[in-house]
Design a protein. Structure first.
Length: 325
């Protein structure tokens, strides 16, 4: 048997073991709190969603909150099924030690209202064949969660991850997908998805302008860009250029995982612009561990390679020098 044939046989054997986990329970439990108005209010404030359907005595919960009612917090849920841990351990042992979330899908079947008691159960729905991606070679694992209010199915949440071996160190002795000598000195950042709904924003960035949509119907400013107004439903809009001034509304410090073209740790902020809308971007110019909520920031444009610039926000050094936070 050649080396290639041996590697193929090992891969087939591993895939057979992985497929055996399909249909096995991944989690089950009861929501720690019933659907409640305070959590709905916090969610809507964080998302900037003022839809009247989420307010008042007949309020429903925003459908996108479906998974929020199942979360266990820092203490987690008791009775976690072992199958998912076993599956990940099997993949880790085969060299597929890195993980990245790829996408999620939700289906909404019944509105959730304050007072609803939530139960859920999740299964490992599928494990893909071995796939090669730009990040590396690995397997896509999809988990399906059914969320119930009482005895009624309220919605379904599918979450998909890629468990992979980075391209430079594939398992089974395979050669890297790209020889080291052919790699660029610094990997490029991932490119944004540009479509007809957001192309104008990226045109503005190319001209060093941060453009905010403004509804022609009611004048509401909105960001990120959307095809219609969430406040009045109008599809017509124009743009205004942000002044560039803002403050850090919230932030996280990214330590792990590391990806090509990113050098952790670094700060990612939710920036509240002077115009009242919020944008997610990097906070630069100050040490990552000195970023604070309320810190003034100013817009600038960072060239990440010869083709691409991105809007980032520089922390105010004077605020840091005064020992704010």
């Amino acid at each position: 048997m050649t080396r290639g044939e041996a590697a193929s046989a090992r891969a087939d054997a591993l895939y057979s073991r992985l497929k055996a986990y399909e249909g096995r329970a991944a989690a089950a439990g009861t929501g720690k709190d019933p659907v409640n108005e305070p959590m709905i209010r916090h969610w809507c404030e964080a998302m900037g969603d003022a839809n009247p359907a989420y307010q008042g005595p007949d309020a429903i919960a925003p459908p996108a909150m479906l998974q929020a009612w199942t979360m266990g917090g820092l203490s987690g849920h008791r009775g976690r099924a072992a199958a998912q841990d076993e599956l990940f351990e099997l993949l880790d042992g085969a060299g597929f030690t890195s993980v990245v979330a790829t996408d999620c899908e939700q289906e909404y079947l019944r509105p959730l209202r304050p007072g609803d008691r939530i139960t859920f159960d999740a299964v490992i729905e599928s494990v893909s064949e071995r796939k090669s991606t730009k990040l590396g070679t690995g397997y896509f694992v999809t988990t399906r969660m059914n969320v119930r209010a009482g005895d009624e199915l309220a919605g379904t949440h599918r979450f998909r991850i890629l468990k992979y071996a980075p391209a430079a160190r594939t398992p089974d002795g395979d050669r890297p997908q790209q020889p080291q000598r052919q790699r660029p000195q610094r990997p490029q950042r991932p490119r944004p998805v540009i479509n007809r709904d957001n192309a104008g924003f990226w045109d503005g960035v190319a001209d060093h302008r941060l453009l905010i949509q403004r509804c022609d119907g009611c004048g509401t400013l909105r960001f990120p860009w959307l095809p219609g107004c969430a406040a009045c439903g109008s599809p017509d809009w124009d743009t205004v250029a942000a002044s560039g001034a803002g403050t850090v509304f919230s932030y996280v410090v990214m330590h792990h995982p590391s990806f090509p073209a990113f050098d952790p740790p670094y700060a990612v902020g939710l920036i509240e612009l002077a115009e009242g809308v919020r944008i997610v971007s990097n906070v630069v110019g100050v040490p990552y561990d000195k970023v604070r909520i309320g810190m003034p920031v100013e817009l600038e444009f960072l060239r990440v390679d010869e083709e691409w610039e991105l809007p980032v926000f520089r922390g105010a050094q004077g605020h840091l020098d005064r020992g704010a936070g």
